[in-house]
Design a protein around this ligand. Structure first.
Ligand SMILES: Nc1ncnc2c1ncn2[C@@H]1O[C@H](COP(=O)(O)OP(=O)(O)OP(=O)(O)O)[C@@H](O)[C@H]1O
Length: 257
C-alpha cells in the first residue's frame, strides 16, 4: 500500500503555511500531512524553503500565515519548547553534540533538557537514573547501544549523525523532523541511516529534508517537491519520478550536476 491510501488522521499538519522575510515568501502557502508509519520527504533546490518549513513546524520560526496542527489541535502559537514537550522532535543540519562528553552523556543531557524539572539542576546529573534509562533506550533504538561509552568527538561523521537522531529520540518524540541527516555520509553510513529511518517510522511520523535523491527515493513513502517556497507536487515516489513538471524544475537540474 502506498501513502495514497493512508486514511488515518495526520499526526502533524501544515495548513497553508507561509513565511515572509521582507518581500520574500520563503514558504508560500504550503500544506502537508505527516502520518505515523510514513517517511514524508521534502525535496527542492537550495533556498526552496525546506528549512524554513521545518522551523515553522518545530516552533523556531512563527508563520506569517497558516496553521500547524498536532493531533488536530492548532499549535501555531506554541513556542518550540512546548511543541517539543508535546512530541515534536527535530535534528539540525549542523552538529549539535558535545564532543568531549560520552555518547551516553550526550543522550542523557538531551533527555534531561526535554523534561520540565526545574529542581533537577540541583541533582548530581549522573544520579538522574530516569534520564539515563531513557538515554539507553534511545541509543538502543538508534543502533548505538555498543558505543555508549565512546567519547562523542571520537566517532565517525556517520555515527555522530546517528547520535543526533538518538538525542532527538531521547526527548521521546512522536514526530521526527530531520534536516539533512545524510549530509556528508558515505554509502555504508547512508545505508545504516536509511535502515534506522525505516525502523523508526513504525512508531513515528517522519519528515525528511534531504538532498541525496537516491536515498530519498529508497526511503520515502511520499515526496513533496518545493520550488521557490511553493509546492509543485506531492505524491508517491514513482509518480514524482515521472512527473514532467518535477523533472523540469528539479530532478533534471539535479541530474545535470
Ligand atoms: N532568517 C532569515 N532572514 C531572511 N531570509 C531568510 C531567513 N532564513 C531563510 N531565508 C531565506 O529564505 C529562503 C529559503 O531558505 P531556506 O533555508 O528555508 O531554504 P532551504 O530549502 O532549506 O535551502 P537549503 O537546501 O540550501 O538548506 C532563502 O532565500 C533564504 O535566503
Amino acid at each position: 500500500m502506498t501513502s495514497m491510501s493512508n486514511a488515518s488522521r495526520p499526526l502533524l499538519q501544515a495548513l497553508q503555511l507561509t513565511r515572509q522575510w521582507g518581500g520574500l515568501k520563503a514558504v508560500n502557502n504550503v500544506s502537508l500531512d505527516l502520518h505515523v508509519g510514513e517517511v514524508h520527504a521534502v525535496i527542492g533546490t537550495n533556498g526552496a524553503g525546506k528549512s524554513t518549513l521545518i522551523n515553522m513546524l518545530s516552533g523556531e520560526v512563527p508563520p506569517s500565515a497558516g496553521e500547524v496542527r498536532l493531533d488536530g489541535q492548532d499549535i501555531s502559537r506554541w513556542p518550540q519548547p512546548k511543541r517539543a514537550q508535546a512530541g515534536i522532535g527535530r535534528s539540525y543540519q549542523r552538529t549539535t553534540i558535545y564532543p568531549s562528553f560520552t555518547v551516553l552523556e550526550n543522550c542523557r543531557l538531551a533527555a534531561q533538557a526535554s523534561k520540565q524539572r526545574p529542581w533537577a539542576i540541583w541533582e548530581r546529573a549522573a544520579l538522574c537514573s530516569h534520564s539515563v534509562g531513557i538515554a539507553q533506550e534511545a541509543l538502543e533504538a538508534a543502533g548505538l547501544a555498543n558505543s555508549a561509552h565512546l567519547t562523542a568527538g571520537s566517532m565517525s561523521h556517520g555515527q555522530k549523525r546517528q547520535l543526533e537522531i538518538a538525542m532527538c529520540l531521547a526527548t521521546r518524540p512522536r514526530v521526527l523532523l530531520l534536516d539533512e541527516p545524510l549530509a556528508g555520509m558515505g554509502a555504508e553510513e547512508t545505508d545504516r541511516m536509511l535502515a534506522l529511518l525505516h525502523r523508526l517510522k513504525a512508531s513515528h511520523a517522519i519528515l525528511l529534508v534531504e538532498h541525496d535523491m537516491d536515498a530519498v527515493f529508497r526511503v520515502a513513502d511520499r515526496i513533496t517537491v518545493m520550488v521557490n517556497g511553493q509546492v509543485i507536487a506531492s505524491d508517491a515516489p514513482e509518480a514524482i519520478r515521472t512527473n514532467p513538471e518535477v523533472q523540469v524544475a528539479y530532478l533534471g537540474e539535479a541530474n545535470a550536476h
